[in-house]
Design a protein around this ligand. Structure first.
Ligand code: DUC
Ligand code: ZN
Ligand code: ZN
Ligand code: ZN
Length: 495
């Protein structure tokens, strides 16, 4: 928790942009003014020609995740190093208990893994992979005593994480009672499973079978089903990793109908297309295997960015879940065994800048909204995170909109031996990253301290905590009255 004075910068929040100095004391922003006099001995950082943006928030990581017979290689140490090197200062990872496992036990495990290693602040979402009285009770403890306000269900990964519609309904109901938000990995898991069997029967066992077995409409269908079920409960829902035009269209349509649904595109989906899965080099093709698949249609990343710009999609995550060549090779003869996952946590901000701001689709403030502020609002850590303001955490990035780099596995800060954005030139990078007043990334060098980040508990949503939740409550009350009144109109008899 250090003191630092940043001078001559341009502050960009999601509502406005202005020239200002910023003072951070004991890790918290204490002053924002045109010309702040340095206190004796304080570290002064010159931000001439730089934008000062709130540290990025990655809503979706899987560091050191035990998954598909192996463990993702970016752990909480390397993963958060990569994060800050790219301008992200806060990550939200997923606790994923196995079916039948206590949620609290899994939570303790993740806390232990993360607390020892994180180089920036973090929070945890909880995946709910099964349903029982015990799960219901543990959800309450997690919300009231452990700082978890978001619970994710998988509609895919049959035979491991997948839940039924009935279970999802009960989990959403419980979320509503507790003031938490439901999140969904939306793919029709039964049909993915059938598709996988069909591909293998047809002799398609390479990475292209991954994409062919889980087409876009299985994502769109599940997205619609998840929103429909959440709407039965009158509770908001957050769709993780929106990968297809079809799923984005479903979300946009429900939003137009007034439903409270949030959509999260990810760096992979905004930065590359899925044609790489047809590469003749097996390792190259396998590197792009993640679920839901990155879509081969080259328009997808453009359209997802358009939805992000118009506000029908909300905040950008990554699903960072990385596996090295020998781990991907677990599926050498059978694509269904290739560990699913790609990188993103380091390159997310620059990919969004390059394909959003540099293409004229996002303003600076919209960029901040999409990479930080909106995530902070949705997950209830705003304005502590996601804003440069007095009282907010001193997590600030000096962003150079003119500096360029070419993304490569040879220079990235991940543990993984491949980068799905290899060779992409981005203009707009984090030149200095400040976490709680400490410079942790500057001049291409990391100076992080393992274990220095802290867990940020997130309160449940309620009228006193969150404007969005307040609106939801009022709207849902109205909807209940409008939608659920007994029908009193004329009765049409069908013969
Ligand atoms: N998708 C992935 O690609 N990896 C981790 C879990 C998931 O849903
Ligand atoms: Zn997922
Ligand atoms: Zn390729
Ligand atoms: Zn994920």
């Amino acid at each position: 928790m250090a003191d630092i004075l940043i001078v001559n910068g341009t502050v960009v929040n999601d509502d406005r942009e202005f020239k200002s100095d910023v003072l951070i004391q004991k890790g918290i922003i204490t002053q924002i003014a045109p010309s702040i006099k340095p206190i004796e001995g304080i570290k002064v950082v010159d931000a001439t020609d730089k934008l000062l943006i709130p540290g990025g928030i990655d809503t979706h990581t899987h560091f050191q995740l035990p998954f598909m017979g192996t463990v993702s290689v970016d752990d909480f140490d390397i993963g958060t190093q990569a994060a800050v090197a790219g301008g992200t200062t806060f990550i939200i990872d997923f606790v994923i208990p196995t079916k039948g496992q206590s949620l609290l036990e899994a939570y303790d495990q993740w806390r232990k893994w993360a607390d020892e290693k994180v180089n920036c602040d973090y929070s945890l979402h909880m995946a709910v992979t099964w349903w029982s009285e015990q799960v219901s009770k543990e959800m309450e403890i997690l919300v009231k005593e452990r700082g978890v306000n978001s619970f994710k269900v998988f509609m895919a990964y049959k035979n491991s994480f997948m839940v039924t519609d009935e279970e999802m309904y009960h989990i959403f109901k419980r979320c509503k009672e507790l003031g938490a938000i439901g999140q969904v990995h939306a793919e029709n898991g039964d049909l993915v499973f059938e598709g996988q069997k069909k591909m293998l029967e047809m002799g398609i066992n390479g990475p292209e079978g991954h994409e062919l077995s889980r087409p876009e409409d299985l994502e769109a269908e599940a997205t619609n089903r998840a929103i429909t079920i959440a709407n039965r409960v009158n509770t908001p829902v957050y769709i993780v990793h929106v990968m297809s035009i079809g799923a984005a269209e479903v979300i946009a349509r429900h939003r137009k109908d007034g439903r409270r649904v949030y959509g999260e595109p990810i760096a992979a989906g905004l930065g590359v297309d899925g044609t790489h899965m047809w590469n003749h080099d097996w390792r190259h093709a396998a590197a792009y295997v993640m679920g839901p698949p990155i879509r081969p249609d080259p328009r997808t990343k453009e359209v997802l960015m358009d939805y992000l710009a118009n506000g029908d999609l909300d905040c950008v995550g990554t699903d960072n879940c990385t596996f090295c060549a020998e781990q991907k090779a677990l599926g050498k003869d059978d694509f269904t065994k290739i560990p699913n996952g790609v990188n993103g946590v380091e390159d997310r901000m620059s990919i969004v800048w390059e394909n959003g701001v540099n293409k004229g689709k996002l303003t600076h403030s919209q960029f901040v909204r999409a990479t930080s502020s909106e995530a902070a609002r949705i997950f209830n850590v705003y304005p502590r995170k996601g804003r440069i303001d007095i009282g907010s955490d001193g997590d600030i990035v000096l962003w150079d909109p003119k500096a360029s780099k070419t993304i490569s596995k040879d220079t990235h800060h991940h543990a993984v031996d491949f980068n799905i954005f290899e060779g992409i030139k981005v203009t707009g990078i984090a030149t200095t990253t400040i976490v709680a007043g400490n410079i942790v990334w500057n001049d291409n060098k990391l100076s992080t301290k393992k274990g220095s980040g802290t867990f940020v508990p997130r309160k449940p949503f309620g009228p006193v905590f969150n404007g969005i939740a307040q609106r939801d409550i009022v709207r849902n009350e109205l909807l209940r009255k409008v939608d659920r009144e007994p029908y009193t109109g004329p009765v049409i008899k069908l013969n």
